[in-house]
Design a protein around this ligand. Structure first.
Ligand code: BTN
Length: 319
């Protein structure tokens, strides 16, 4: 009932009377009043005026299920959101849920992470209310060896989602770091549980620095936020909704075609790495080369200084 009352308030240009809500939802005025008090406790600013009704004046800046579901255009992705104010890591929680049978498409989001995890065992700083710290549960019926393609298409979807919601010129640094003006604004940590031939689940952990004001000294030169670069605050909810829309679309496209051709064409348009000199640290070998193309599988094709072209799938690339 809370979501429905909220929706009525959001959809209205002015006051909504208790009588109207009671008629539409078939609930008592006292029940409505209780929900309104609850919403106020959550941070919604709602004016109540005798004989006029209720007016929604302000919505809290929170990534709750009610906020994300409102006008969300997806069919199944993000239709269930598990929201926390504080948690150790959304990936850890999503893994627990997935292991106990949670369905594909469910998302765990937290306003703050106390032990956010990055790739290669690094920590991911996730302060309260300033970023998007979320994990998506997927159960693709593909071979475990193809899982890295989900990571690539996630990078593309997040890039396009952020671009659409903010208008900022975000780029992808292969395979799936997102950068703005050459500094990192988003990282994706993909974790998988699989058997030889079958994936049980994939957790896509997405961390985006949205309204972060500053970074610690050791990260200042390499990390940034949308706010620092765009010089204004951005609406986190709108970014999440746009990302979910692209992610569902691209995931469905890949699952349907079982190939990356169309997606890689889009990916290449946003990819900052292609054409650049890159340093690759791959299987303990370090070398410099030029990133010349992506293979059909999404591997980076790198021309070494001796002219030999090799393909790299995972590994660390610095431009
Ligand atoms: C990277 O190192 O580039 C990946 C960073 C991934 C961070 C996100 S934030 C949400 C999710 N939960 C985590 O603990 N990590 C991922």
């Amino acid at each position: 009932m809370k979501s429905k009352i909220l929706q009525l308030l959001k959809d209205s240009d002015g006051y909504v009377s208790g009588e109207e809500i009671s008629k539409v939802l078939g609930v008592s005025r006292t029940a409505i009043w209780k929900v309104i008090s609850h919403l106020k406790e959550e941070g919604y600013v709602i004016e109540s005026v005798t004989k006029k009704g209720y007016l929604l004046q302000e919505t809290p800046d929170l990534l709750t299920e009610d906020e994300i579901l409102y006008h969300l255009k997806t069919k199944w992705l993000g239709r269930k959101i598990v929201h926390y104010h504080q948690i150790d890591s959304t990936n850890k929680e999503a893994k627990k849920l997935a292991a106990s049978g949670e369905k594909e498409g469910t998302i765990v989001i937290s306003e703050e992470q106390l032990a956010g995890r990055g790739r290669l065992g690094r920590t991911w700083i996730s302060p309260a209310g300033t970023g998007i710290w979320m994990s998506v549960i997927l159960r693709p019926s593909i071979a475990p060896t193809d899982a890295s393609k989900i990571t690539l298409l996630a990078g593309l979807a997040v890039c396009e989602g952020i671009k659409e919601a903010t208008g900022l010129p975000v780029q992808i640094k292969w395979p799936n770091d997102l950068v703005l003006h050459n500094k990192k604004i988003c990282g994706i940590l993909t974790e998988m549980s699989a058997e030889m031939e079958k994936i049980n689940y994939i957790i896509l952990g997405i961390g985006i620095n949205v309204n972060t004001d500053s970074f610690p000294e050791d990260l200042k030169n390499t990390a940034t936020s949308l706010k620092i670069e765009g010089e204004k605050e951005y609406d986190r909810k709108e970014i999440v909704k746009a990302i979910l829309m692209y992610l569902e679309q691209y995931y469905e496209l890949y699952m349907k075609n079982q190939d990356m051709e169309d997606l890689l064409e889009k990916y290449k348009n946003h990819c900052l790495t292609l054409g650049k000199e890159v340093k690759i640290i791959h299987r303990n070998e370090e070398f410099i080369g030029k990133a010349v193309d992506l293979s059909k599988e999404g591997e980076l094709m790198v021309e070494k200084q001796d002219g030999q072209v090799i393909t790299v799938f995972s590994g660390e690339v610095s431009v």
